[in-house]
Design a protein around this ligand. Sequence first.
Ligand SMILES: Nc1ncnc2c1ncn2[C@@H]1O[C@H](COP(=O)(O)OP(=O)(O)OP(=O)(O)O)[C@@H](O)[C@H]1O
Length: 341
Amino acid sequence: MPKLTHSEAPLPFPILIGDIGGTNARFSILVDAYAEPKHFPNVHTADFETIDAAIQQGVLDKTAVQPRSAILAIAGPVRGDEIPLTNCDWVIRPKTMIANLGLEDVLIINDFEAQALAIAGVSEEHRETIGETSEGMIASRAVLGPGTGLGVAGLIHAQHAWIPVPGEGGHIDLGPRSERDFQIWPHLEPIEGRISAEQILCGRGLQNLYHAICKVDRIEPVLVQPADITTHALAGTNAQAEETVTLFVTYLGRVAGDIALIFMARGGVYLSGGISQKILPALQKPEFRAAFEDKAPHSALLKSIPTHVVTHPLAALAGLSAYARMPANFGLATDGRRWRR
Ligand SMILES: Nc1ncnc2c1ncn2[C@@H]1O[C@H](COP(=O)(O)OP(=O)(O)OP(=O)(O)O)[C@@H](O)[C@H]1O
């Protein structure tokens, strides 16, 4: 086991854990390393002016347990003492939290690091396997999450620990390969001149792809929300929506295969995020796995790598709890992201 340095010393219990999304914030309290987490009702970020008010009213006012520390996962980079969230107005100020909420120790990490912590221990009941099941190995893994954006993280297994590797993998280039791709690509909305994976593989990306397909087919688009597109696709009630979702899972397979190669993720690639669970029947068709495995000269390697959809309803919180209980099992970098009284 790696030796604990002072900055990696366990956070003191009870620990408040939180998954702070753009729309929803989910909180639990871990009383000790063995107790089941006590969950609190979802908090809508728009209902509270500050995260401190949300924690006070949504958690602390509802329990007699006073947390001594907090581990929060947020969407966006963690830098400095004032951390704005990507998709909502909250700014996280750990020093103010320590002063006002009775906390003595606060750790802030990236939301996809929390997803990576979660896939270290996700059980069979909390995942759906896509394609042939191969025996799970204790080996590096990766997670991709199409939701509001496309989150990507690796989970390296080394020195008897799981080491989450957060990054900006959702922004890698995604190029056309098939004849149909070459028809569609000129009609996709680019970002500063290029098509990144996130231009297609997220909620907004579903709309982008659907509109491009409608343009190529010279059809007036009739579907507006990402959920309309996937609902019609799964029901087989709109041809362009069906093709959108078929291509979406193909491109997701292509990118997931690339990420598997980068991390040598023999332990499996996991799909999280709000969209994966909603398009599970489409992911179970052959296209996702075919694209995932189509990686010459390494197709045999990719064939041996399992792929799963994470179905745990609170995966990020489960990952944070696993870390909070047994920090020595994880090589989580805390430098510049941990504040103490
Ligand atoms: N049925 C659906 N099919 C396809 N996309 C959907 C569906 N329902 C929601 N979405 C899209 O999923 C995205 C939200 O993803 P997700 O639930 O992962 O949110 P998030 O990024 O985790 O944010 P938060 O944690 O704040 O809720 C939005 O773009 C939304 O339009």
